[in-house]
Design a protein. Structure first.
Lengths: 113, 115
């Protein structure tokens, strides 16, 4: 089953614009992670934010986490055509077992020139 | 290349045949995961290993599916009597573990097409 739901399902922007993707989840978490997947390829880890953190930056990426609303957002600034990919949020069990990640349904981002 | 390696990358088979996928994780990683991904969906958890021990299996993993990690290194995922609904990308990932669920390192996946 999918833990998270990304919104929007698809996003099309022009190069240089910012892209914002949202993720909602259902249960308590220890951390939330964002991954990127190019078409037909494996997933690549982008950033991890812990449950006691509210915001984190990595290069052109900014992630926020609101545990009271069980939601997160990923902002990609000054987007490039190479950012075209699907983006997934993933959460851990949050029950102390440190077991698996559960992925959301993904946002397909298209960046045009 | 010291990343996660999966073989074969593509497999086309007829319904009813058995298939086996192999995953070689990053060498120092204790944890190994199998996920399944269908078109337009996120990866769905199938099973994971801590060293050679299989610690959790999803209900998605029917009795036609079996996974092993015999010496705590590479892993195999076998699907017996394949069905068309098994067509998907099978993703393997590894991580350091076990203290927390940190970053997963994924392979490129094995795409299965059942005719």
């Amino acid at each position: 089953s999918q833990q998270g739901e990304e919104d929007p399902q698809a996003l099309s922007i022009q190069e240089g614009e910012n892209a914002t993707m949202n993720c909602s989840y259902k249960t308590s978490i220890n951390n939330l992670q964002w991954y990127r997947q190019n078409s037909g390829r494996g997933l690549v880890h982008l950033i991890l934010i812990r449950s006691n953190e509210r915001e984190k930056h990595s290069g052109r990426l900014r992630v926020t986490l609101d545990t009271s609303k069980k939601s997160s957002s990923l902002l990609i600034t000054a987007s490039r055509a190479a950012d075209t990919a699907s983006y997934f949020c993933a959460t851990d069990a949050g029950d102390g077992t440190a077991s698996k990640l559960t992925f959301g349904t993904g946002t397909r981002l298209q960046v045009t020139l | 290349d010291t990343g996660v390696s999966q073989n074969p990358r593509h497999k086309i088979t007829k319904r009813g045949q058995n298939v086996t996928f192999r995953c070689d994780p990053i060498s120092e990683h204790n944890r190994l995961y199998w996920y399944r991904q269908t078109l337009g969906q996120g990866p769905e958890f199938l099973t994971y290993f801590q060293n050679e021990a299989q610690l959790e299996k999803s209900r998605l993993l029917s009795d036609r599916f079996s996974a092993e990690r015999p010496k705590g290194s590479f892993s195999t995922l076998e699907i017996q009597r394949t069905e068309q609904g098994d067509s998907a990308m099978y993703l393997c990932a590894s991580s350091l573990g076990p203290r927390n669920t940190g970053e997963l390192f994924f392979g490129e996946g094995s795409r299965l097409t059942v005719l």
